[in-house]
Design a protein around this ligand. Structure first.
Ligand SMILES: Cc1cc2nc3c(=O)[nH]c(=O)nc-3n(C[C@H](O)[C@H](O)[C@H](O)COP(=O)(O)OP(=O)(O)OC[C@H]3O[C@@H](n4cnc5c(N)ncnc54)[C@H](O)[C@@H]3O)c2cc1C
Length: 404
């Protein structure tokens, strides 16, 4: 039988699944995509709400380090679909891109919807059939079982791509309910844990009510020997934002093992402590200390108030400068999966081969966030999700070829 007659079902219509579907359809296979929600790619659309960060422009060797212990596996996928390939693909869908000041890559439109519309039109042109409200519920005697509004439907395609997402923001569709079904089929699945998530911290009621929702911009957050620059956002429950997310894997481990995670926030990372001391030593006349801090150091009101959160301010300019350079805070808990940007855990990378085929289930390929890798925000999540879709599609075609 030729490949053009082969039928492949892709389960999960997020970035990973739709990318696999595109590549497989371009190769002439018959593709059906199943999505449990009434519409596709809800998390991808949500990712565009605050500016769709597609990938990052930093050198590839640095880029790949962002995947930590999963770097060796993720590098293979990103080899198959690099950040430059992703940018070209987005532009090929009529969406120009730009590199932001932090090196992050965005579509000019900033949001997902125009890109997704163009992509769905391309998939339709390729003959891809998308079935929404079609929820995969596992296997029965080797047959895929789907719950649909018309009742149960059984399918036995030539091969399958599972791209069911992780377990964060479950109301968008990826709820991780598949974990026991895969475990029942002999596949190792690591427990889900929140990633790129906020941490609990008991603010004083006064500080919380006045400053929740305000960012500490351009700070450096340190935990152990790791430092992340960027924004830390005051939340009612604690702290969130890019600099916190970048450290979230290490912070989560500390909270899990020690019950807390200590961080130090440098509110003026580009000014040395000596220089700050000089500035703070200037006579302040009748100005209050808060105003003096704003004027001579350039601290925003939220940063000044934060300095008071850990106790009365030291009197000596040197000690005050040291507090500004290393504000100690203790994080006590991790926010849940419901509001985490991504999840760690999922299908163990040891359980798939280089083609991303499950060793326990030949003919079943896995892509996207449902695999056990994690990365900080910065475009690394979408890049790896798209790239694994490409890798799974390539692997699947190679596997079909090897059987012919
Ligand atoms: C608020 C927010 C902002 C984000 N911003 C960014 C960003 O700017 N940059 C970035 O790189 N990443 C960002 N991400 C992360 C990024 O969106 C995800 O990493 C990416 O969507 C993962 O793609 P995926 O295809 O693996 O899974 P998903 O996008 O989760 O897609 C999986 C699909 O499978 C479907 N599904 C699940 N179970 C079943 C089933 N049993 N049967 C049928 N269908 C099923 C789900 O409904 C879902 O549509 C953000 C995430 C969130 C929540």
């Amino acid at each position: 039988m030729t490949q053009s007659k082969r039928q492949v079902h892709v389960i999960g219509a997020g970035p990973a699944g739709l990318m696999a579907a595109e590549r497989l359809a371009q190769a002439g296979l018959n593709i059906v995509v199943h999505e449990r929600m009434p519409s596709v790619a809800r998390k991808f659309l949500m990712a565009g709400r605050g500016g769709l960060n597609l990938t990052h422009s930093e050198p590839l060797d640095r880029f790949l380090t962002r995947y930590g212990p999963a770097q060796a596996s993720v590098s293979r996928w990103i080899d198959a679909f690099t950040p430059a390939d992703l940018t070209a693909w987005v532009e090929g869908l009529g969406q120009p891109t730009f590199v932001g000041s932090s090196g992050r890559v965005f579509p000019d439109a900033m949001k997902t919807s125009p890109l997704l519309r163009a992509w769905l039109a391309r998939l339709e042109g390729l003959g891809v059939e998308i079935r929404t409200r079609s929820r995969w519920t596992g296997w029965r005697d080797g047959t895929l079982v789907f719950e649909t509004p018309d009742g149960e439907r059984l399918e036995r395609p030539d091969a399958v791509v599972l791209a069911l997402g992780g377990a964060s923001w479950p109301r968008l569709g990826s709820d991780g309910a598949w974990k026991p079904w895969l475990e029942g089929a002999g596949v190792a699945v690591a427990p889900f844990r929140p990633a790129n998530v906020g941490f609990d911290l008991a603010w004083s009621p006064l500080f919380r009510d006045r400053f929740a929702g305000q960012p500490l911009k351009g700070v450096a957050v340190t935990h152990g020997n790791k430092t992340a620059r960027g924004e830390a956002m005051i939340a009612r429950y604690g702290l969130e934002g890019g600099a916190i997310y970048a450290l979230s894997a290490a912070l989560r481990t500390s909270v899990e093992t020690d019950g807390q995670a200590d961080v130090r926030i440098d509110l003026k990372p580009d000014v040395a402590v000596g220089k700050l001391t000089d500035r703070l030593s200037k006579p302040r006349g009748k100005a209050s200390l808060s105003n003096h801090l704003r004027k001579v150091v350039g601290l925003e009101p939220v940063a000044v108030a934060l300095l008071y959160e850990v106790g009365p301010l030291p009197v000596s300019p040197r000690a005050l400068a040291e507090r500004i350079k290393a504000m100690p805070l203790t994080l006590k808990g991790v926010q849940g999966l419901e509001r985490a940007i991504s999840s760690a855990g999922g299908v163990a990378l040891e359980g798939v081969d280089k083609r991303l085929m499950l060793t326990a289930r030949p003919g079943v390929f896995v892509a996207g966030e449902m695999l056990d890798w994690e990365a900080p925000t910065g475009g690394y999540l979408l890049q790896a999700s798209f790239a694994s879709g490409v890798q799974a599609a390539r692997g699947l075609m190679a596997w079909l070829d090897s059987r012919d």
